[in-house]
Design a protein around this ligand. Structure first.
Ligand SMILES: *[C@@H]1O[C@H](CO)[C@@H](O)[C@H](O)[C@H]1NC(C)=O
Length: 327
């Protein structure tokens, strides 16, 4: 196979996968998805085109993200994710003079989306409360309803924060979640009870790093090439940051399945998921694109954040140019 044919091949497969990723976040796992021929019907246009469906975006001025750590996480993982969520507030002080965009500049791409009144998603995002459930109070096999119930319970116990908050549920590497690693690395949705928006991202470190921590881990039969070195030293942590970013972008621009998306509302392509697998210029399926690398560790990144951390964040579909844009 020539390189071009290979590229086309991966592109087709990833296009198929993207079409099945819904409000879910999932990265390329070509063979697994390709086996299901029914998915072939869902092949989307290779150039995404999201349309606005007239509903609200998450336009609160200041969005607080409250995190529920469900199960056990390493200190390295928690620190990386906390610093990522706290990096939205950092202006220029985070990059220590380095020639890379900031997390805040990455979020500016999401703020190009506007609601019917011309208002963009939240300009200020901060890390709010944190909760920890190291006792696995609902066991190690969760349904989406379990997660929504946990979020509703936290919301009811902390109601004063309601108007401008979103919950983030992080599940540990030993927690099974409905659809996790089958076709999903995370989801964003609204609880059935109190209609609280939340994002869920699973730690794929043990279950499916090649799917949910790509390009820092690869599947045996996945896109060719070695994995990249993760900027925070842990493929699972850096994979969670990617999926969290992708889902925050989707939640902000399509919180109630009536904002910006392409395709069926139940399996939409959104601001981030429309550009899945793209992280830098020249990317194609199986190749993350041209990235900066840290000289000492060789780690790949495209933005800097708080505490001089590097992160790799996904491309966002630009509603003006209608192209996937990398930070
Ligand atoms: C997890 O729960 C689902 C739904 O109840 C069930 O079908 C599945 O077998 C469970 N998996 C394990 C490993 O217990």
């Amino acid at each position: 196979m020539s390189t071009m044919v290979l590229r086309e091949f991966w592109f087709l497969l990833v296009t198929i996968i993207s079409a099945t990723c819904a409000m879910h976040s999932c990265l390329a796992r070509p063979l697994m998805m390709a086996r299901t021929s029914r998915m072939l019907v869902l092949v989307a246009s290779p150039t995404p085109s999201l349309t606005y469906h007239g509903g609200p975006l998450m336009t609160v001025r200041h969005l607080r993200l409250h995190v529920l750590w469900y199960g056990t996480f390493s200190g390295v993982q928690q620190a990386a994710i906390r610093d990522f969520l706290a990096s939205f507030q950092a202006t220029d002080n985070g990059n220590g003079g380095r020639e890379a965009p900031t997390v805040r500049q990455w979020w500016a791409m999401v703020r190009k989306y506007k609601d019917a009144n011309g208002n963009p998603p939240a300009g200020r995002i901060s890390l709010g409360m944190e909760f920890s459930d190291t006792a696995y109070s609902r066991g190690k096999n969760l349904s989406n309803a379990d997660m929504a119930d946990m979020v509703d319970a936290l919301y009811m116990a902390n109601r004063k924060t309601r108007s401008s908050s979103m919950y983030v549920v992080m599940t540990a590497e030993d927690v099974l979640v409905e659809d996790f690693c089958m076709n999903s690395c995370g989801t964003h949705e609204v609880t059935a009870g109190a209609k609280v928006p939340f994002v869920w991202v699973g730690n794929a470190g043990k279950q499916c790093p090649g799917l949910c921590a790509w390009p820092f881990a690869v599947e045996k039969y996945g896109p060719p090439g070695p994995p990249l070195t993760p900027p925070n030293g842990d493929p699972a942590a850096d994979g969670m940051v990617i999926n969290l970013a992708l889902l925050l972008a989707g939640a902000a621009t399509n919180p109630f399945a009536s904002g910006y998306f392409q395709g069926d509302a139940s399996v939409p392509l959104e601001a981030g998921s429309a550009c899945q697998g793209q992280f830098g210029p020249g990317s194609y399926p199986g190749y993350a694109g041209q990235l900066q690398t840290e000289s000492s560790s060789g780690a790949s990144f495209n933005v800097v954040g708080l505490n001089d951390r590097y992160f790799l964040l996904p491309a966002i579909w630009n509603p003006s140019t209608k192209l996937c844009q990398t930070p």
